[in-house]
Ligand binder design. Structure first.
Ligand code: F6R
Length: 616
């Protein structure tokens, strides 16, 4: 949510910053800007609208400086205007700053600065931060050369309440950036004669794969040839340089129309990556390297509590179903944003899990910290290596799904489902599941990538169906048991990218209210797997049909669905129960995607949304 890129080196900064912003645009796309150090000035260009609009302005102005900072914004304080776009200049013109996050005490700081003669041209909390840095900078005249900006930022941050990832430059110091983070991600890319800062790796991987993940409370000072890290409390930090394992190609469209489309089709590979090296030699259970708990520890656990947000929360619901079904361990699922304030009583031997693709979602991070504060072990299922949640959890499972750029989560979700299924297997084999049931389960999981490929092969048919229903005003998604969360996910996917109102329900619950919505313009997407509740689901479909509702049915191949009951049928292959939520997800991802495309929606940048929600 909001993206920062900073560069100091020997190349022209503007084009590097614009390229970085384009790669971060999924984090926020209501305005963008750059501030470049050149010829003793700080030149700022900023525009409401997409990075493309800014890129034209930057090209027109021929910036030649080799240091600068930039930002793509998702508005929090102040509307979407050129004035509210970042970077912000201090009123004395000395400091330029970009900021992600929210400064909670900005009004009292603003009052103080107004009293000191500082002026403000925007409604943002960021401008307050920039002016406070300028205020301290004006007083830091005795600081040793090379440390004045750093110490001014440090002093400022000591007075600030809230969250931030910031980068600041100063007119007096043309080849220096000072950056800091608390609650908002920031990485340092260590290059040859250059350093680059970014909110995530996608913006810097084209220049270097050597990165330092900054931690909360750390500041970094960079010049072309050096960097140093210290804390807000002035302690020096020895940096750990990590290697990014994926390449720039993984973050490019590679011929697809949208990242969402690309990521839907990458699911077989993402599933293979989630499983790689994670089954026991005898092929009867799963192994996870990073849980930091022994099998004996796991046997003591009498309850699991899962927390997450959005799509991740749907993955938690599937985890609940599979763990209770196969391992017979009670599971609770909470919205992370509620858990952190709810002060929920937890069992003595509970184990806490969060699920987060980005590893930066602030509500999920806060829930993790709250569980840890209460003395619980808190583990994470997470995609982004080195993210805050990955670092702060007591252990966990990396998804290895590769970068997910589309704002609507797809491959990360099915990978979370697969890992949840593997966790259920691991817990089940510690308890009552037999060796041979374990082997059957593992074989079922291993088949998942090929089964997903078979669903993907139906994309052209699903596209045709999508085109027929693209102008509907409402949708219901109805599923039972492990497919109820997939109904929720189908409804979320559709509404977030096509702006069609959609709701997900357990299929039998539909008659307790939502059935009132049924009309020719409100189709129902039914999940109808072959199995114990097949006949019950067919009855629910009859109730819709009797009210002239259209039905799109997602049905197991070879199923004996009564002819004519569904208006459209999408086939999913027969599969192990633990894999069913995965194969059932793919048709609704494709349906939502093609409906959004037919409605000419901006699939990868849906309105009002941004990926990685780092504000409350
Ligand atoms: C929806 C979507 C969001 C995220 C949610 C949590 O398609 O992507 O609902 O699932 O914001 O994000 P992570 O998983 O990064 O914590």
């Amino acid at each position: 949510m909001c993206g920062i890129v900073g560069y100091v080196g020997t190349q022209k900064a503007a084009s590097i910053l614009i390229e970085g912003l384009k790669r971060l645009e999924y984090r926020g796309y209501d305005s963008a800007g750059v501030a470049i150090q050149q010829e003793g000035r700080i030149d700022v260009a900023k525009k409401a609208g997409r990075v493309e609009v800014l890129a034209k302005e930057v090209a027109r102005r021929h910036f030649s400086g080799t240091a600068g900072i930039s930002h793509t914004r998702w508005a929090t304080h102040g509307g979407v205007t050129d004035a509210n776009a970042h970077p912000h200049l201090s009123s004395d013109g000395k400091i330029a700053i970009v900021h992600n996050g929210v400064i909670e005490n900005y009004l009292s700081i603003k009052k103080f600065l107004l009293g000191k003669g500082y002026a403000f041209v925007s409604e943002t909390d960021t401008e307050v931060l920039g002016n406070l840095i300028a205020y301290h900078y004006a007083k830091e005249t005795d600081t040793k050369p090379g440390s004045r900006l750093l110490e001014s930022v440090r002093k400022t941050l000591r007075h600030v309440e809230g969250t931030y990832g910031i980068a600041a430059i100063c007119i007096d110091s043309p080849s220096e950036i000072v950056a800091a983070r608390k609650g908002s991600p920031l990485l340092l890319g260590v290059g040859e004669g250059e350093h680059i800062l970014a909110s995530d790796a996608a913006a810097l991987v084209s220049r270097t794969r050597n990165v330092v993940y900054l931690k909360d409370g750390e500041l970094v000072q960079i010049t072309p040839d050096s960097f140093s890290i210290s804390t807000v409390d002035s302690l020096e930090v020895s940096p750990v340089i990590d290697q990014i394992t994926w390449s720039i190609k993984d973050a490019e469209l590679s011929g697809y129309a949208h990242f969402m489309e690309k990521e839907i089709f990458e699911q077989p590979a993402a599933l293979e990556n989630a499983m790689r090296g994670r089954f026991s030699e005898d092929g009867s259970t799963a192994n996870f390297g990073g849980l930091n708990l022994s099998a004996t520890d796991f046997r003591q656990i009498d309850r699991l509590v899962f927390a997450s947000c959005g799509t991740g929360w749907h993955a938690c619901l599937v985890a609940e179903h599979l763990i209770e079904r196969f391992a017979r361990v009670p599971v609770e699922v909470d919205y992370a944003s509620e858990f952190r304030y709810r002060n929920a009583p937890l069992d003595r031997d509970a184990l806490f899990f969060v699920i987060s693709q980005s590893g930066e979602t602030i509500d999920t991070l806060a829930a993790l910290r709250e569980a840890q504060r209460k003395g619980y072990k808190a583990l994470a299922i997470c995609n982004v290596v080195g993210s805050t949640i990955a670092r702060e959890s007591d252990g966990g499972i990396y998804q290895h799904a590769g970068p997910e750029i589309g704002v609507a989560s797809t491959k990360a979700f099915t990978s979370q489902l697969l890992i949840s299924a593997m966790l259920a297997l691991y817990l089940a084999r510690l308890r009552d599941m037999s060796y041979s049931d374990g082997v059957t389960y593992v074989q079922g999981l291993k088949a998942a990538p090929d089964l997903v490929r078979r669903v993907l092969d139906q994309a052209p048919r699903i596209k045709e169906i999508a085109q027929r229903y693209a102008q509907c005003s409402d949708f219901l998604f109805l599923g039972r048991l492990s497919l109820f969360p997939i109904a929720l996910e189908g409804a979320l996917k559709l509404k977030e990218i096509s702006y069609i109102h959609a709701e997900g329900y357990p299929a039998a619950e539909m008659k307790h209210g939502p059935i009132a919505l049924i009309s020719e313009r409100c189709p129902s997407v039914f999940f109808v797997p072959q199995g114990e509740l097949f006949n019950k689901i067919v009855s629910s479909m009859q109730e819709i049909k009797a009210r002239k509702g259209k039905i799109i049915a997602i049905v197991t191949e070879g199923s004996d669905l009564p002819a004519g009951l569904a208006d459209e049928t999408i086939w999913i292959p027969d599969c192990h129960e633990a894999v069913l939520p995965i194969v059932a997800t793919v048709p609704v991802q494709l349906l939502s995607y093609y409906i959004a495309v037919a409605r000419k929606c901006d699939v990868d940048k849906p309105r009002n949304l941004a990926k990685s929600v780092t504000v409350e």
